[in-house]
Each structure stands twice: as structure tokens, then as C-alpha cells.
Design a protein around this ligand. Sequence first.
Ligand SMILES: Cc1ncc(COP(=O)(O)O)c(C=O)c1O
Length: 378
Amino acid sequence: MIYLDNAATSWPKAPGVAEAMTAALGAGNPGRGAHDQALDAGRILLRVRTRAARLFGAAPERVILTHSATHGLNLAIAGLLNPGDHAITTDLEHNSVLRPLYAARARGVELTIVRSERGVISPDAVAAALRPSTRLVAIGHASNVLGTVQPIDAIAQLCVHQGIHLIVDAAQTAGLLPLDFTQTPLAALATGGHKSLLGPAGTGLLVLGDGVRPRPFEVGGTGEDTFNESMPAALPEALEAGTPNVPGLAGLAASLDVVLSAGGTHLARALTQARRLRDGLVASGRFWTPDVDADAWGVPVVSGLILDAAGQPLDVADVADALAQRGIAVRGGFHCAPLVHRRCGTEASGMVRFSPSHLTSHADVDTALAAVREIAGL
Ligand SMILES: Cc1ncc(COP(=O)(O)O)c(C=O)c1O
């Protein structure tokens, strides 16, 4: 199989992930006992926190273990907003940012959605949307449809000077692009563990900036402070109720080791192939792709429509199926990003998204390009 759907979830997972997960099936319940198995589980959680802390420049106790980017975003958004607050987001966001904000709006939060230009949100547009009641800005580091990277540093400076929380959805960039709390004043960063962090599904991280304390999203057992009717006061336990996904987290600890030692090389390799793929598609004359700011395109995602001889777009589901029949995995559809498609005029059609990884080869791209040409009737 030629796997070009890494923006949905990475495949294959990092070396060592499966073995670490299998071994962790023997681990116990962390924080719920003094026997070896419970202690082993606690060590697995600590391994994830220390590695994530290194990757993002944060304190280990401020790394909250979640089960997805969506979980972390819900926790941060619901836990920091109150009725009467104003929140800002953008038309580039995934539903994991938009839907928690729409739910907050239904509870009395005011919401402004800033419009992108050629796939980019300008800090000036965010500044223009600020109000005295603005409490939070939620923005994706990179668009999962357009591959454009947003000017997070400038937006963070804007927010920090006004005492506004900046929450970054790093689902498409964690493991590829750096984002460091010691350099960029973020309130929170959320990511899943299963995309470019190369870990298993069912894992995620919410990293909190100093002094940022969302209300718990879920409450329940933590293995400590049992007679307290509320969650324990200390992080990370205050935001982690219930038995965690210990085997998944063992896999994530192993994949974080691989990502940390790769030191940024994964992005360069994936982008080289994404660029070849995009250039080859454009050169075929049978590809339409939205006009985005070329300087902002910075993660390995290429989306668009395949055209027939008359220049009409082929159905994206048909194209994705035809590629799958040839052993090539891509994603056709709307990518859970409704406003991006509305902005690009693909609300009715969707797009076909190709997302290579650091493991994609020249030959993989050549085979995919030949398959697209054949499907387009060339
Ligand atoms: C930009 C973006 N944000 C959030 C998510 C949600 O990630 P998860 O499914 O891990 O919750 C995705 C996944 O597709 C994404 O691409």
C-alpha cells in the first residue's frame, strides 16, 4: 500500500510502539496501588509527560494526558470560558475547535470567526476582532486541508499583552514543526498522539502554560484525595479522571522517543515528497487546488480536485475509491473542516487530500501521480 493519508492518522507507527503497547498490557492502574504493576503504569505516564515536556518546553506536571486532540480542545475551551466572555477563532478550523466553541456559544459565550486570506490568518485580523471581553483565541497551527501554517508567534504576542488565552490546535504540526512554551506564550496546546507524533489512536496531550487552569471537563476517580467531593487541586491529576489508556500511552512514550531523536528531519522529508506530488499534479493539467500563500504552505498536505478532459471535477469519493483500488490511500471529502471548504468554494464537492510522511518515497509519489493521470483519463 502507498499510504498518503497521514493527516488523518500516521501509518506505520514508529518503531517500538507495538512492542511497548504489548508489554504495557501487563501494567496495572497508575496511582491506584503500591505493587509493581501499578508502579510500572505510573512510570509509563511519567515517561510520556517528561518526553512531551521536552518536545514542547513545558513542565511535566502541566502535560495533561488525553485521549485525542478533540478531548484536549474540549477541556481547554469549555474549561476556560464563562457566559458573557468573547472568544475568537478562524474559518480554517477543524470541528474539534469549532464545535466546542459553538457549544460554548449556546451557553452564552460570544464568538467571532476571523476570515482567512489565501489560507492564512493575519494577526491584524485577530487584533481587529478583539473586544474588552475577549478571553480566548483558539487557532490551528496548520490547516488540515490547505497545509498552511499560521503566524502563531505574532498572535501569541498580541494575546499575551492583553491577558487573553491563546489555545493552539497542534494536531497537524506536533512532531513536525516546533512549538515551545519557553519561546511562545501559549495558554494551551492540544494534539492527538496518532498523527505525526507517530503513536497509537486513543492518546493525546493537552499542554498548559504557567498559571492556566481550566475547570475539569470530566470528574471522577483519580486514585488519591478520595474523600474530596471535587477533583484534587494539583496538576495533572486535577484534569485526569478515570483509568488512563496505559498501553496507548506506552506506545506514545516510545513514539515520542523517535520523534525527539529525529530532531525535525521528518518534516523536511515529508515536505520534499509533498512538493513533488503537488508539482506533478499541477503539471498534469488535471488538478485544481485552492490558491494559498506559497510562503505559508508548510506541512505535507496537498488538497484539490482531479479534473476530466473537459475541466470538470471528478467526484472526490470516486477518485479516492479508484486510488484505493490501486493500493493508494488518500482522503476525499470535507476533512471535518466545514468553513475551509465554504471559503474555497468546495462546500458541495469536497476535495481529495494527499498527505505523505517522512517515509513516503520518490517511487510512491511517481506511482500516485501515474494513477491520478490514469483516473483523469490521460
Ligand atoms: C487540525 C485538526 N485538529 C484536530 C483534529 C482532531 O484530532 P483527533 O481526531 O485526534 O481528536 C484533527 C484530526 O483530523 C485535525 O486535523
